[in-house]
Design a binder for this molecule. Structure first.
Ligand code: CP
Length: 315
């Protein structure tokens, strides 16, 4: 049987992505149900999180599931030397879905190969963050009315940013043009540029970040420079303030421009941008609940038809 886990965005077809968009839309319209009554969702966070963990847990609670897990591995037996393998073997006996964030690239894939309990990758090192990508795609579709033929500008830490890596892979089905805006130290890794070439994805690289460049964007996807990924803190200090989006830089923006950010932000979006019609990052974070309701149902084998015909909806 095919493993229902969501560990990477790379394997999702265009049809599957659009299917998940439809399911998320149903959850946006009717987020509260008991469709997961009696199920247990485990959230294992080996790295800090606010949105991903809380929105997964909110999604589970809104659908009637119970939640177990931890937010800090220091309170678990991993501090006594228990391996990730043994932790996964235990938790898969206790739960119906495992949502895991881990600092090691490939940790979610490894976990998914150990157990029949579906695993959802909630971020593995600088590698992938597929549930973020599903909510990003949902937000792009919601704001642009389509996922096809968009100009998407990715700004900031493109080297370590797992959200931008996952977004590139997902957008391969939708003929985007990407603009990669970063300092040389944080440039998009060669493997993702090669991925674009192999999948006929247009991309342009910039180091400048100004109103003229922004004027071509449908989506401006800002990212944080991730201090925790740097081994050389001097290098972090050199690049951390390099791009700050300010309100005056939006004077030439297209009407349909929407600014997204996976959050948390530090200083890369000035507070005065929040009140512009282009800011959409808080709505994007809210969409995380609907996208994650869809993901949990999907990995549990609950279909869109079952979601649409669900009689457990709480009005
Ligand atoms: N977007 C995101 O992954 O946020 P958290 O780190 O707060 O989960």
């Amino acid at each position: 049987m095919e493993n229902p886990s969501l560990v990477s965005i790379a394997h999702l077809s265009r049809e599957k992505i659009l299917y998940l968009m439809e399911m998320a839309r149903d959850f946006e319209l009717r987020p509260n149900r008991k469709i997961l009554d009696g199920r247990i969702v485990a959230t294992l966070f080996f790295e800090p999180s606010t949105r991903t963990r809380l929105s997964f847990e909110t999604a589970a609670h809104r659908l009637g599931a119970s939640v177990i897990g931890f937010t800090d591995p220091k309170v678990t037996s991993s501090t006594k030397g228990e391996t990730l393998k043994d932790t996964i073997m235990m938790v898969s006996n206790y739960s119906d879905v495992i949502v895991m964030r881990h600092y090691l690239e490939g940790a979610a894939l490894y976990a998914s190969e150990l157990t029949n309990t579906p695993v959802v990758n909630a971020g593995d090192g600088a590698h992938q963050h597929p549930s973020q990508t599903i909510l990003d795609l949902y937000t792009i579709l919601q704001t642009q009315g389509t996922l096809d033929n968009l100009n998407i500008y990715l700004v900031g830490d493109l080297k370590y940013g797992r959200t931008v890596h996952s977004l590139i892979m997902a957008m391969r089905h939708f003929h985007p043009t990407f603009h990669f805006i970063s300092p040389k130290e944080l440039a998009m890794p060669e493997e993702y540029k090669q991925y674009c070439r192999e999948h006929d994805i247009n991309f342009v690289e910039h180091e400048d970040f100004n109103e003229e460049i922004i004027s071509g964007a449908d989506i401006l996807y800002m990212t944080r420079v991730q201090r925790e990924r740097f081994s050389d803190l001097m290098e972090y200090e050199r690049v951390k303030d390099i791009y700050v989006l300010r309100k005056e830089m939006l004077s030439m923006a297209k009407d349909n421009l929407r600014i997204l950010h996976p959050l948390p932000r530090v200083n890369e979006i000035a507070q005065d941008v929040d009140d512009t019609p282009y800011a959409y990052y808080f709505e994007q974070a809210q969409n995380g609940i609907y996208a994650r309701e869809a993901i949990i149902c999907d990995v549990l084998g609950i279909t869109l038809e079952e979601v649409r015909n669900d009689s457990t909806i709480i009005q």
